[in-house]
Structures are given as structure tokens and as C-alpha cells.
Design a protein around this ligand. Structure first.
Ligand code: ARG
Ligand code: MN
Ligand code: MN
Length: 310
């Protein structure tokens, strides 16, 4: 791969984030452990990457007894502390020309990963692949689960809880594009509209096909194909028949191939500087489904790091 921004030899840093504080279901913190145990590190080495892994992060996030809600926000102090430390790790790797591969854990982690990427590459764009827009604000959230809110924090949309003061609203709406949406709340739709945020829902995937959608998405956020790309991939973007073990599954999702195509096409740009693979929850289904979901998680990461079919 001719990577424009990474140092050689090309190195990926596996950042294992066993964190579940952004949502209420136990088990998503086991996601990264399963992905690593499935052999992801050796698989990436086989693709020609140098891979570093210092063990999973220890966030001591359990039992948020001392973390009562602030307004509607659940586990706010814990999520803030954890994502802040993730941001430092990611920006460190990014500044060293290393590709951070963050394994979640819930999607609140993206407040950290994208903050870290933007610190190292202020002009990076974000491709957010998800069934959900994760753009609720303090005002619009019904669940209070922060994994449904990271994008609004990164954009600086909605009012800010001071606990999250450390997050610079460094993401510009024109540097963000969504693919795969199909479960977007009314308040979120309003935010997308009012901020002119580009989103390709499953409707557009059906209409144009995934090849055209990815091309249009990149034309929008990265018209000259010269900006660094952060790919934040929530496994629930895939159809539940493909990735059943996740906390908020929504039917009508991306096929196995459509999900992989997105990763392959972004690899082909040579512009990928950070990858998140989040919301794998091995405790939410039977063993065969867990195996399937973990395997697809690994193969999405491989596709983004250059695995080809031929
Ligand atoms: N990263 C996710 N899986 N997010 C799901 C969010 C669901 C819902 N919109 C909420 O705000 O609670
Ligand atoms: Mn989602
Ligand atoms: Mn998400």
C-alpha cells in the first residue's frame, strides 16, 4: 500500500478498549478481547503490517457507583475520563505515523479516537459507518446513553456539559459523512438537516449501490483525495444476520460484501490514518453468532488494512 501519511515500515497499533460505559448492556467490553483472541494481530502481520499491542487498556470503569447521571447523561465522568485517555493514546500513535486500530467497546470511544486523530491531523475527514447517527445532544437524547452522542460532542452541536470541556469541537460538518444509517431519531434528523451533514442511509445504498455511495461520500469529504481519513465502523451498520452480537441491532443493514467494500475502497485511497471497530458484544447471543460477529469484525479490519479478494 502506498500510504501517504504513515511511516514505514507501516505499523498498526492495536488499541484494545474494553469499555461499556457509554451504554447499559454488559459485555461490549469483552469485544476487543474476543477480536484479539480470534487472531487479528497475526492476520494483520500476514498482510505485511508491523503490529504493536500493549494489552487491553485498563479503564477501571466498572461499577459506576460514584458516577451518578448529570442531567440525562449516564456515567458521564467515567465516559469522559476514559475517552480522554483514549484521545491521548490515539494522537500519540497518529503523530508517530502509526495507524491506530481501536477495538471497542462502545461507540462513545469515538469521542476519544476522533479527538486524537484531529489533534494529529487537523484536516482529517471522518467516515462514520453505522445504523445510527450517534449525534444526540444533551437536549435531544432520550436514552442518556453517551454512545448515541459522540458526534454532537465532536462537532460542538448542542450545549456542552462541563465534564466534557476537554473535547475541542474540532470536527467540521463538511469533513463528516455517514454511510448505512437507518435508525435515526427525530431530534437527530433535525440536527443533520440544520447542520447540512451529508449522510448516505440504506435508502441511498439501495438506490445507487455501495460502489457509487462510497465514491460520492469520498467526493464530498475528500474531493481531492488528499486528506487523511478516519474510519469509524460500528459493527451494527451490518445487517443483524451478518453481525448479530451487538447491543442495538437494526434490521435492513449492510450486507457482508457492502461492509467489506467500504473498508476496501477506503484502503485503496491510501489515506486511512485511523480505524475504529466498535460495538461487538459477545455476551448478547449464542456462541455461533458470537463467532460470526467476531470473525466479521476481524475481516473488516483486514479489508481496511489491505486484504484483497484476488
Ligand atoms: N453506537 C450505537 N450503537 N448507538 C446507538 C444509539 C441509539 C439511540 N439513538 C440512542 O441515542 O440511545
Ligand atoms: Mn450503531
Ligand atoms: Mn454507533
Amino acid at each position: 500500500m502506498n500510504s501517504r501519511f504513515l511511516s514505514s515500515p507501516r505499523t498498526a497499533a492495536i488499541v484494545g478498549c474494553p469499555f461499556s460505559g457509554g451504554q447499559p448492556k454488559a459485555g461490549v467490553d469483552e469485544g476487543p478481547i474476543h477480536l484479539v483472541e480470534a487472531g487479528l494481530i497475526d492476520q494483520l502481520k500476514d498482510l505485511g503490517w508491523a503490529v504493536t499491542f500493549d494489552g487491553h487498556h485498563q479503564f477501571e470503569e466498572n461499577n459506576n457507583l460514584d458516577d451518578p447521571p448529570i442531567g440525562k447523561l449516564k456515567n458521564p465522568r467515567t465516559v469522559s475520563r476514559v475517552t480522554r485517555s483514549v484521545a491521548d493514546v490515539i494522537s500519540g500513535h497518529a503523530k508517530a505515523g502509526i495507524l491506530p486500530v481501536t477495538l471497542g467497546g462502545d461507540h462513545s470511544l469515538a469521542m476519544g479516537t476522533i479527538s486524537g486523530t484531529l489533534e494529529a491531523y487537523p484536516n482529517a475527514c471522518v467516515v462514520w459507518v453505522d445504523a445510527h447517527a450517534d449525534i444526540n445532544t444533551i437536549e435531544t437524547t432520550a436514552s442518556g446513553n453517551i454512545h448515541g452522542m459522540p458526534v454532537s460532542f465532536l462537532l460542538g452541536v448542542g450545549s456542552k456539559e462541563k465534564e466534557f470541556d476537554w473535547i475541542k469541537p474540532a470536527l467540521k460538518p463538511e469533513r463528516l459523512v455517514y454511510i448505512g444509517l437507518r435508525d435515526v431519531e427525530a431530534g437527530e434528523k433535525k440536527i443533520l438537516r440544520e447542520n447540512n451533514i451529508k449522510a448516505y442511509s440504506m435508502h441511498e445504498v439501495d438506490k445507487y449501490g455501495i460502489g457509487k455511495v462510497v465514491e460520492m461520500a469520498l467526493d464530498y469529504v475528500n474531493p481531492n483525495r488528499d486528506l487523511p481519513v478516519h474510519l469509524s465502523f460500528d459493527v451494527d451498520a451490518l445487517d443483524p444476520s451478518v453481525a448479530p452480537s451487538t447491543g442495538t441491532p437494526v434490521r435492513g443493514g449492510l450486507t457482508f460484501r457492502e461492509g467489506h467494500y467500504i473498508c476496501e475502497a477506503i484502503h485503496e485511497t491510501g489515506l486511512l490514518v485511523a480505524l475504529d471497530l466498535v460495538e461487538v458484544n459477545p455476551s448478547l447471543s449464542e456462541a455461533a453468532d458470537v463467532k460470526k460477529t467476531v470473525a466479521v469484525g476481524c475481516s473488516l479490519v483486514r479489508a481496511a488494512l489491505g486484504e484483497t479478494l484476488l
